[in-house]
Design a protein. Structure first.
Ligand code: ADQ
Length: 461
């Protein structure tokens, strides 16, 4: 069987202890056939040296490359996170575009391609991850690489008109046409990309390469290892940490939110909705506490710093207004938790509040469902703008922009009887089990293999 080569911005070191489901699943796929995991080392060198490191674990080789500080500033902090991330999350208002960072983004992709081309053997299947590496296939093809090349985009793809508003979009989004297969989280993302290719071709903004068929595009909703996560939650149930959390609530209910501190996650709106719930139902809230875990992310980017200040201000305001000496409505925690502790906290929460303004999938929603006790489960309130909304049929869907609507949904969710909670939970868990992270890797690789075969038939015909 041909080897698998995975390329991602960051490479998880072998046997990393905090590895989440995705890393474990990709590693398992690599070990199936043997292969290579290639990407940036995470190191930024001041003197500009770009050393390459090799490590091996069994039949898998891990190859990482250092980048210069200037490259990291342009490619990663700059174009990937200040330009592409907001553009792909429908936030043209937050896009910072500069030709300089765009050029560095393309140069770094070209450099990755140059190094990667030397590692590839004929027949290797190459699976590239996410928005940091959109032009990589084109750069590899330009170096004569003829292997099957696939991309999975972990974030949304916006409607065609928004994508075409990005200056020089052809060299990033148009370049995605060089893949054999492009996988998206949802059908909506897939349709948006197909429409983009059509519109940009019709208007002459991009030209598809003659002789090469356009990429196969399909939705592959990513997931978690539901059984493993449920087990972690069961193990955590009696732990000191979870008992301590329960004791501190004194019998009142808990709502939980777990999000990277990112404007796409709708944290400001979530706090506002929780404040509105307290205001509308004052005296009748049952002492509900919101535990919001939000580790700081991309602290070097201005919009993220501003968001952090805004959240501190709102949390302080709501707590000042509603708290009493025995109860603080919002517990706001900016740190990372171990996976088992997290699973235990989800399990202890009567409500899961997952309300992003836009999210590729959102694995927190799936983790919350997997962590519930099926006999006495909590309720998931989920934004209709998260990819996960397509799959978790038992969740209560909300519009995160509708502050009053979310406030009322919190109240309604708290009132659900045990039978309805169990039915809703069972429905979500069923689809979570059917399409877990192992299904995801297998479905993607099967599609790539099928595509590879039809492509070779087309070239030999
Ligand atoms: P993210 O935007 O990072 O991922 P998400 O899917 O929610 O969003 O994944 C976050 C992961 O980090 C979860 O597994 C969560 O448990 C973990 N996490 C968050 N806060 C934590 C904390 N304080 N302590 C410990 N763990 C924490 C991107 C896309 C998503 C898509 C994923 C995968 O933006 O839409 O679902 O990739 O494709």
């Amino acid at each position: 069987m041909s080897r698998l080569v995975i390329v991602s911005n960051r490479v998880a070191a072998p046997q990393q202890s905090r590895a989440g489901g995705l890393v474990v699943a990709l590693d398992a796929a690599l070990r199936d056939t043997g292969g290579v995991w290639f990407g940036w080392s995470g190191k930024a060198t001041r003197d500009g040296t770009q050393a390459v490191q090799h490590a091996r674990a069994g039949n898998v080789e891990y190859v990482t490359m250092d980048l210069s500080e200037a490259d990291v500033a342009g490619y990663y902090d700059g174009f990937s996170n200040r330009t592409l991330w907001p553009a792909l999350h429908y936030r043209l208002d937050l896009v910072e575009y500069s030709r300089e960072t765009h050029v560095v983004y393309r140069q770094v992709n070209a450099r990755f391609a140059e190094r990667l081309a030397t590692l590839l053997r004929p027949g290797d299947r190459v699976w590239i991850q996410d928005y940091h590496l959109l032009p990589l296939a084109g750069e590899l093809r330009a170096r004569g690489v003829d292997n099957p090349l696939a991309l999975f985009l972990h974030v949304p793809f916006p409607p065609s008109d928004l994508a075409r508003a990005l200056p020089n979009h052809a060299s990033v989004f148009g370049a995605m046409a060089a893949y054999d297969l492009v996988g998206f989280q949802t059908r909506r993302d897939c349709e948006n990309f197909d429409a983009y290719l059509r519109d940009a071709t019709d208007s002459g903004e991009i030209a598809l390469r003659a002789g090469r068929p356009p990429p196969l595009t399909r939705a592959f909703p990513i997931s978690i290892d539901a059984d493993e996560f449920a087990q972690a939650a069961r193990r955590a149930r009696g732990s000191a940490g979870v008992r301590g959390l329960r004791d501190s609530l004194g019998g009142s209910a808990l709502a939980i939110g777990v999000d990277r501190l990112d404007y796409s996650k709708g944290l400001v709106e979530k706090f506002q909705a929780f404040g509105e719930f307290l205001r509308r139902h004052s005296g009748n809230t049952g002492g509900l506490t919101l535990l919001q875990v939000a580790p700081v992310s991309r602290g070097g980017v201005r919009s993220y710093r501003e968001l952090r200040h805004e959240l501190e201000r709102i949390a302080g305001h709501i707590n000042g207004r509603h708290a009493d000496p025995q109860w603080t409505p919002i517990r706001y925690v900016n740190r990372n938790l171990g996976r088992q502790t997290l699973a235990g906290y989800y399990g202890a929460a009567r409500l899961g509040l997952v309300t992003p303004l836009r999210d590729g999938m959102n694995l927190v929603a799936k983790e919350y469902v997997a962590a519930q006790d099926p006999d006495d489960p909590g309720v998931l309130l989920l934004s209709r703008f998260a990819g996960a909304a397509d799959q978790l049929g038992g969740a209560m869907l909300v519009n995160p922009y509708d502050i009053g609507g979310v406030a009322d949904a919190i109240d309604a969710a708290l009132r659900l009887g045990a039978d309805e909670r169990r039915e809703r939970h069972a429905e979500s868990l069923r689809s979570l089990r059917e399409q877990d992270i192992h299904w995801w890797t297998a479905a993607f690789l099967d599609a790539l293999d099928a595509r590879g075969t039809s492509r070779s038939r087309a070239t030999t015909a």
